[in-house]
Design a protein around this ligand. Sequence first.
Ligand SMILES: Nc1ncnc2c1ncn2[C@@H]1O[C@H](COP(=O)(O)OP(=O)(O)OP(=O)(O)O)[C@@H](O)[C@H]1O
Ligand code: SF4
Ligand SMILES: [Mg+2]
Length: 329
Amino acid sequence: MTVILQVEDLHVSFKTYGGQVKAVRGVSFCLHKGETLAVVGESGCGKSVTSQSIMGLLPAYTSEITNGRILFGGSDLASMDDRSMRKIRGADISMIFQDPMTALNPTMTIGRQMTEGIMEHRKLSKQQAKAKALEMMKLVSIPNAELRMKQYPHEFSGGMRQRIVIAMALVCEPQILIADEPTTALDVTIQAQILELFKDIQKKTGVSIILITHDLGVVASVADRVAVMYAGKIIEEGTKRDIFYRPHHPYTQGLLHSVPRLDDEAKELLPIPGTPPDLFAPPIGCAFASRCPHAMVVCGKLYPGSREVAKGHYADCWLLDERAKVLHR
Ligand SMILES: Nc1ncnc2c1ncn2[C@@H]1O[C@H](COP(=O)(O)OP(=O)(O)OP(=O)(O)O)[C@@H](O)[C@H]1O
Ligand code: SF4
Ligand SMILES: [Mg+2]
Protein backbone atom coordinates (compact mmCIF):
# COMPACT_ATOMS: atom_id res chain seq x y z
CA MET A 1 0.00 0.00 0.00
CA THR A 2 1.30 3.44 -0.89
CA VAL A 3 2.09 5.67 2.07
CA ILE A 4 0.79 9.16 1.36
CA LEU A 5 1.59 10.86 4.69
CA GLN A 6 4.18 9.93 7.29
CA VAL A 7 4.31 11.56 10.73
CA GLU A 8 7.54 10.83 12.58
CA ASP A 9 8.13 11.46 16.29
CA LEU A 10 6.06 14.66 16.38
CA HIS A 11 6.36 16.78 19.54
CA VAL A 12 4.22 19.92 19.98
CA SER A 13 4.26 22.29 22.97
CA PHE A 14 2.28 25.40 23.93
CA LYS A 15 3.57 28.32 25.95
CA THR A 16 0.98 29.33 28.54
CA TYR A 17 1.00 31.48 31.68
CA GLY A 18 1.13 28.30 33.72
CA GLY A 19 4.19 26.96 31.85
CA GLN A 20 4.78 24.74 28.85
CA VAL A 21 2.01 22.28 27.90
CA LYS A 22 3.47 19.22 26.18
CA ALA A 23 0.38 18.44 24.10
CA VAL A 24 1.87 15.98 21.59
CA ARG A 25 4.77 13.88 22.84
CA GLY A 26 6.22 11.71 20.11
CA VAL A 27 3.43 10.80 17.70
CA SER A 28 4.31 8.60 14.70
CA PHE A 29 1.93 7.10 12.16
CA CYS A 30 1.44 6.75 8.46
CA LEU A 31 -1.60 7.19 6.24
CA HIS A 32 -2.06 4.94 3.20
CA LYS A 33 -3.61 5.96 -0.08
CA GLY A 34 -7.39 5.52 -0.09
CA GLU A 35 -7.76 4.43 3.54
CA THR A 36 -9.60 5.90 6.53
CA LEU A 37 -7.48 6.16 9.65
CA ALA A 38 -9.48 6.94 12.79
CA VAL A 39 -7.72 8.77 15.63
CA VAL A 40 -9.51 8.18 18.94
CA GLY A 41 -8.96 9.09 22.57
CA GLU A 42 -10.37 11.10 25.47
CA SER A 43 -10.68 14.88 25.41
CA GLY A 44 -7.32 16.67 25.60
CA CYS A 45 -5.19 13.74 24.41
CA GLY A 46 -3.82 15.70 21.43
CA LYS A 47 -6.00 14.64 18.49
CA SER A 48 -6.74 18.16 17.25
CA VAL A 49 -3.21 19.44 17.89
CA THR A 50 -1.87 16.57 15.74
CA SER A 51 -4.20 17.51 12.89
CA GLN A 52 -3.46 21.24 13.25
CA SER A 53 0.24 20.39 12.94
CA ILE A 54 -0.37 18.56 9.65
CA MET A 55 -2.45 21.48 8.33
CA GLY A 56 0.01 24.15 9.50
CA LEU A 57 -2.76 25.66 11.62
CA LEU A 58 -1.08 25.76 15.03
CA PRO A 59 -1.24 29.17 16.72
CA ALA A 60 1.80 31.09 15.49
CA TYR A 61 3.20 32.63 18.65
CA THR A 62 2.23 30.24 21.40
CA SER A 63 2.93 26.86 19.85
CA GLU A 64 6.09 25.12 18.75
CA ILE A 65 6.84 21.88 16.95
CA THR A 66 9.85 20.96 19.07
CA ASN A 67 10.72 17.78 17.18
CA GLY A 68 9.61 15.50 14.37
CA ARG A 69 8.75 15.47 10.69
CA ILE A 70 5.51 15.38 8.69
CA LEU A 71 6.41 13.97 5.29
CA PHE A 72 4.06 14.63 2.38
CA GLY A 73 4.89 14.67 -1.32
CA GLY A 74 8.64 14.82 -0.71
CA SER A 75 8.41 17.79 1.71
CA ASP A 76 8.45 18.13 5.47
CA LEU A 77 5.30 20.05 6.45
CA ALA A 78 6.62 20.51 10.01
CA SER A 79 9.34 22.88 8.80
CA MET A 80 7.52 24.42 5.83
CA ASP A 81 7.07 28.20 5.64
CA ASP A 82 3.61 29.76 5.75
CA ARG A 83 3.44 30.66 2.08
CA SER A 84 4.19 27.15 0.81
CA MET A 85 1.86 25.67 3.42
CA ARG A 86 -0.99 27.87 2.19
CA LYS A 87 -0.62 26.33 -1.27
CA ILE A 88 -0.98 22.81 0.12
CA ARG A 89 -3.78 23.62 2.56
CA GLY A 90 -7.18 23.36 0.94
CA ALA A 91 -5.66 22.03 -2.27
CA ASP A 92 -3.69 18.85 -1.43
CA ILE A 93 -4.79 18.49 2.18
CA SER A 94 -8.22 19.69 3.28
CA MET A 95 -9.87 19.83 6.66
CA ILE A 96 -13.42 19.60 7.96
CA PHE A 97 -14.22 20.88 11.42
CA GLN A 98 -16.86 19.88 13.95
CA ASP A 99 -19.09 22.92 13.55
CA PRO A 100 -19.96 23.63 9.91
CA MET A 101 -21.04 27.20 10.72
CA THR A 102 -17.48 28.21 11.64
CA ALA A 103 -16.20 27.01 8.26
CA LEU A 104 -18.80 28.94 6.27
CA ASN A 105 -19.02 32.67 5.69
CA PRO A 106 -22.56 33.76 6.68
CA THR A 107 -22.35 36.88 4.46
CA MET A 108 -21.77 35.07 1.15
CA THR A 109 -23.85 32.68 -0.92
CA ILE A 110 -22.66 29.08 -0.95
CA GLY A 111 -21.97 29.29 -4.68
CA ARG A 112 -19.70 32.31 -4.32
CA GLN A 113 -17.78 30.78 -1.40
CA MET A 114 -17.16 27.60 -3.32
CA THR A 115 -16.22 29.34 -6.57
CA GLU A 116 -13.78 31.68 -4.82
CA GLY A 117 -12.25 28.74 -2.95
CA ILE A 118 -11.62 26.93 -6.24
CA MET A 119 -10.18 29.99 -8.00
CA GLU A 120 -7.77 30.60 -5.12
CA HIS A 121 -6.03 27.30 -5.81
CA ARG A 122 -6.69 26.53 -9.47
CA LYS A 123 -6.26 28.46 -12.65
CA LEU A 124 -9.86 28.20 -13.79
CA SER A 125 -12.26 30.75 -15.24
CA LYS A 126 -15.25 31.77 -13.13
CA GLN A 127 -17.47 29.68 -15.35
CA GLN A 128 -15.30 26.59 -14.99
CA ALA A 129 -15.08 27.11 -11.21
CA LYS A 130 -18.87 27.34 -11.02
CA ALA A 131 -19.24 24.11 -12.94
CA LYS A 132 -16.77 22.42 -10.57
CA ALA A 133 -18.67 23.72 -7.53
CA LEU A 134 -21.90 22.36 -8.95
CA GLU A 135 -20.28 18.96 -9.60
CA MET A 136 -19.15 18.82 -5.94
CA MET A 137 -22.61 19.80 -4.64
CA LYS A 138 -24.00 16.87 -6.61
CA LEU A 139 -21.24 14.56 -5.34
CA VAL A 140 -22.37 15.22 -1.75
CA SER A 141 -26.02 14.65 -2.78
CA ILE A 142 -27.45 18.12 -2.32
CA PRO A 143 -30.79 18.23 -4.15
CA ASN A 144 -31.52 21.20 -6.47
CA ALA A 145 -27.83 22.10 -6.46
CA GLU A 146 -28.17 24.96 -8.99
CA LEU A 147 -30.76 26.69 -6.85
CA ARG A 148 -28.99 25.93 -3.57
CA MET A 149 -25.79 27.60 -4.82
CA LYS A 150 -27.62 30.94 -4.67
CA GLN A 151 -28.53 30.53 -0.99
CA TYR A 152 -26.76 31.57 2.23
CA PRO A 153 -25.51 29.18 4.96
CA HIS A 154 -28.39 29.98 7.37
CA GLU A 155 -30.87 28.70 4.77
CA PHE A 156 -29.56 25.13 5.17
CA SER A 157 -30.16 22.53 7.88
CA GLY A 158 -27.22 21.35 10.03
CA GLY A 159 -26.78 18.15 8.02
CA MET A 160 -26.93 20.00 4.69
CA ARG A 161 -24.39 22.56 5.93
CA GLN A 162 -22.00 19.77 6.81
CA ARG A 163 -22.49 18.34 3.29
CA ILE A 164 -21.59 21.75 1.88
CA VAL A 165 -18.48 21.94 4.05
CA ILE A 166 -17.49 18.50 2.77
CA ALA A 167 -18.12 19.63 -0.81
CA MET A 168 -15.97 22.72 -0.22
CA ALA A 169 -13.19 20.58 1.22
CA LEU A 170 -13.29 18.40 -1.90
CA VAL A 171 -13.42 21.07 -4.63
CA CYS A 172 -9.69 21.01 -5.28
CA GLU A 173 -9.63 17.20 -5.27
CA PRO A 174 -7.32 16.88 -2.23
CA GLN A 175 -5.28 13.75 -1.64
CA ILE A 176 -5.95 13.90 2.10
CA LEU A 177 -9.07 14.91 4.00
CA ILE A 178 -8.79 15.49 7.75
CA ALA A 179 -12.14 15.47 9.53
CA ASP A 180 -12.07 16.60 13.18
CA GLU A 181 -15.23 15.35 14.93
CA PRO A 182 -17.27 15.99 11.76
CA THR A 183 -20.50 14.47 13.04
CA THR A 184 -20.48 15.36 16.74
CA ALA A 185 -22.78 18.37 16.28
CA LEU A 186 -25.34 16.37 14.29
CA ASP A 187 -28.18 14.14 15.45
CA VAL A 188 -27.83 10.40 15.09
CA THR A 189 -29.74 9.89 11.81
CA ILE A 190 -27.93 12.75 10.06
CA GLN A 191 -24.64 11.48 11.51
CA ALA A 192 -25.20 8.10 9.88
CA GLN A 193 -25.94 9.78 6.53
CA ILE A 194 -22.76 11.87 6.69
CA LEU A 195 -20.68 8.78 7.53
CA GLU A 196 -22.21 7.00 4.52
CA LEU A 197 -21.30 10.04 2.45
CA PHE A 198 -17.64 9.77 3.56
CA LYS A 199 -17.56 6.12 2.45
CA ASP A 200 -19.20 6.96 -0.84
CA ILE A 201 -16.81 9.86 -1.58
CA GLN A 202 -13.81 7.72 -0.75
CA LYS A 203 -14.99 5.04 -3.18
CA LYS A 204 -15.50 7.62 -5.93
CA THR A 205 -12.40 9.78 -5.41
CA GLY A 206 -9.85 7.53 -3.64
CA VAL A 207 -9.15 10.28 -1.08
CA SER A 208 -7.28 9.27 2.11
CA ILE A 209 -9.10 10.27 5.29
CA ILE A 210 -7.93 10.98 8.83
CA LEU A 211 -11.05 10.90 10.98
CA ILE A 212 -10.75 12.29 14.49
CA THR A 213 -13.42 11.21 16.91
CA HIS A 214 -14.09 10.08 20.45
CA ASP A 215 -17.04 8.04 19.26
CA LEU A 216 -16.25 4.35 18.83
CA GLY A 217 -19.52 3.88 16.93
CA VAL A 218 -18.18 6.23 14.26
CA VAL A 219 -14.91 4.27 14.18
CA ALA A 220 -16.76 0.98 13.78
CA SER A 221 -18.73 2.41 10.90
CA VAL A 222 -16.00 3.93 8.71
CA ALA A 223 -12.42 3.20 9.80
CA ASP A 224 -9.93 0.84 8.14
CA ARG A 225 -7.24 1.41 10.75
CA VAL A 226 -7.33 3.00 14.20
CA ALA A 227 -4.77 4.96 16.23
CA VAL A 228 -5.60 5.27 19.93
CA MET A 229 -4.14 8.34 21.64
CA TYR A 230 -3.54 8.93 25.32
CA ALA A 231 -1.81 11.95 26.89
CA GLY A 232 -0.10 13.09 23.70
CA LYS A 233 1.02 9.69 22.41
CA ILE A 234 -0.39 6.95 20.20
CA ILE A 235 -0.52 4.03 22.60
CA GLU A 236 -2.07 1.45 20.26
CA GLU A 237 -2.50 1.19 16.51
CA GLY A 238 -3.92 -1.49 14.27
CA THR A 239 -6.72 -2.45 11.93
CA LYS A 240 -10.28 -1.89 13.10
CA ARG A 241 -10.53 -5.63 13.84
CA ASP A 242 -7.28 -5.59 15.87
CA ILE A 243 -8.53 -2.74 18.01
CA PHE A 244 -12.12 -3.96 18.51
CA TYR A 245 -11.49 -7.69 18.86
CA ARG A 246 -7.89 -7.94 20.11
CA PRO A 247 -7.08 -4.74 22.04
CA HIS A 248 -3.75 -5.13 23.86
CA HIS A 249 -3.37 -1.85 25.74
CA PRO A 250 -5.34 -1.58 29.01
CA TYR A 251 -6.45 1.94 27.99
CA THR A 252 -7.95 0.66 24.71
CA GLN A 253 -9.60 -2.16 26.66
CA GLY A 254 -11.02 0.44 29.07
CA LEU A 255 -12.33 2.57 26.20
CA LEU A 256 -14.13 -0.41 24.69
CA HIS A 257 -15.59 -1.34 28.07
CA SER A 258 -16.88 2.19 28.47
CA VAL A 259 -19.23 1.74 25.49
CA PRO A 260 -22.66 0.34 26.42
CA ARG A 261 -23.68 -2.78 24.52
CA LEU A 262 -27.19 -3.39 23.31
CA ASP A 263 -27.25 -6.81 24.96
CA ASP A 264 -25.94 -5.43 28.27
CA GLU A 265 -28.52 -5.46 31.02
CA ALA A 266 -27.18 -2.35 32.70
CA LYS A 267 -26.81 -0.36 29.44
CA GLU A 268 -24.68 2.13 31.32
CA LEU A 269 -21.46 3.81 30.36
CA LEU A 270 -18.61 2.62 32.51
CA PRO A 271 -16.08 5.46 32.53
CA ILE A 272 -12.44 4.61 33.12
CA PRO A 273 -11.82 5.66 36.75
CA GLY A 274 -9.37 8.54 37.26
CA THR A 275 -8.26 11.37 34.99
CA PRO A 276 -5.51 11.79 32.39
CA PRO A 277 -2.19 13.22 33.66
CA ASP A 278 -1.23 16.88 33.72
CA LEU A 279 0.54 17.71 30.47
CA PHE A 280 2.54 20.52 32.11
CA ALA A 281 4.59 17.80 33.78
CA PRO A 282 3.84 14.51 32.00
CA PRO A 283 4.95 11.32 33.74
CA ILE A 284 8.26 9.84 32.61
CA GLY A 285 6.83 6.32 32.51
CA CYS A 286 3.50 5.13 31.13
CA ALA A 287 1.01 8.02 31.39
CA PHE A 288 -1.85 5.56 32.06
CA ALA A 289 -0.14 4.06 35.15
CA SER A 290 -2.24 5.95 37.73
CA ARG A 291 -5.47 4.54 36.19
CA CYS A 292 -4.28 1.15 35.03
CA PRO A 293 -5.54 -1.96 36.87
CA HIS A 294 -2.38 -3.87 35.80
CA ALA A 295 0.27 -1.24 36.62
CA MET A 296 3.62 -2.60 37.78
CA VAL A 297 6.49 -0.75 39.46
CA VAL A 298 8.37 -0.36 36.18
CA CYS A 299 5.37 1.37 34.53
CA GLY A 300 5.84 4.55 36.57
CA LYS A 301 9.61 4.60 35.99
CA LEU A 302 10.18 3.84 32.31
CA TYR A 303 8.15 4.30 29.15
CA PRO A 304 7.34 0.86 27.69
CA GLY A 305 8.00 1.74 24.02
CA SER A 306 6.13 0.30 21.06
CA ARG A 307 5.87 -3.45 20.45
CA GLU A 308 4.39 -5.19 17.43
CA VAL A 309 1.87 -7.72 18.73
CA ALA A 310 0.79 -8.92 15.27
CA LYS A 311 1.57 -7.72 11.77
CA GLY A 312 0.80 -3.98 11.71
CA HIS A 313 -0.69 -4.04 15.23
CA TYR A 314 1.37 -2.06 17.79
CA ALA A 315 0.88 -1.25 21.46
CA ASP A 316 2.98 0.55 24.10
CA CYS A 317 2.62 -1.49 27.29
CA TRP A 318 4.97 -3.31 29.67
CA LEU A 319 2.57 -6.26 29.78
CA LEU A 320 3.77 -7.10 26.28
CA ASP A 321 7.34 -7.54 27.46
CA GLU A 322 8.29 -11.23 27.44
CA ARG A 323 9.42 -11.03 31.08
CA ALA A 324 6.11 -9.48 32.21
CA LYS A 325 4.14 -12.20 30.45
CA VAL A 326 5.78 -14.78 32.75
CA LEU A 327 4.52 -12.88 35.78
CA HIS A 328 1.01 -12.48 34.40
CA ARG A 329 0.42 -16.06 33.28
N1 LIG B 1 -3.84 26.93 21.80
C1 LIG B 1 -3.53 26.20 22.87
N2 LIG B 1 -2.86 26.73 23.92
C2 LIG B 1 -2.54 25.99 24.99
N3 LIG B 1 -2.83 24.68 25.12
C3 LIG B 1 -3.49 24.09 24.11
C4 LIG B 1 -3.88 24.81 22.94
N4 LIG B 1 -4.52 23.94 22.10
C5 LIG B 1 -4.53 22.75 22.74
N5 LIG B 1 -3.92 22.84 23.95
C6 LIG B 1 -3.73 21.74 24.91
O1 LIG B 1 -3.18 20.64 24.23
C7 LIG B 1 -3.74 19.43 24.70
C8 LIG B 1 -4.31 18.64 23.54
O2 LIG B 1 -5.42 19.35 23.02
P1 LIG B 1 -6.29 18.87 21.78
O3 LIG B 1 -7.15 20.01 21.41
O4 LIG B 1 -5.40 18.31 20.74
O5 LIG B 1 -7.15 17.71 22.41
P2 LIG B 1 -8.21 16.76 21.69
O6 LIG B 1 -7.70 15.37 21.81
O7 LIG B 1 -8.50 17.28 20.35
O8 LIG B 1 -9.47 16.91 22.66
P3 LIG B 1 -11.04 17.05 22.31
O9 LIG B 1 -11.55 15.64 22.17
O10 LIG B 1 -11.60 17.72 23.52
O11 LIG B 1 -11.19 17.87 21.07
C9 LIG B 1 -4.75 19.80 25.77
O12 LIG B 1 -4.13 19.66 27.03
C10 LIG B 1 -5.06 21.25 25.48
O13 LIG B 1 -5.39 21.93 26.65
S1 SF4 C 1 2.62 0.03 30.75
FE1 SF4 C 1 1.90 -0.57 32.77
S2 SF4 C 1 0.59 1.11 33.47
FE2 SF4 C 1 0.89 1.34 31.29
S3 SF4 C 1 -0.85 0.35 30.40
FE3 SF4 C 1 0.78 -1.17 30.46
S4 SF4 C 1 0.52 -2.25 32.41
FE4 SF4 C 1 -0.72 -0.39 32.51
MG1 LIG D 1 -10.18 18.17 19.44
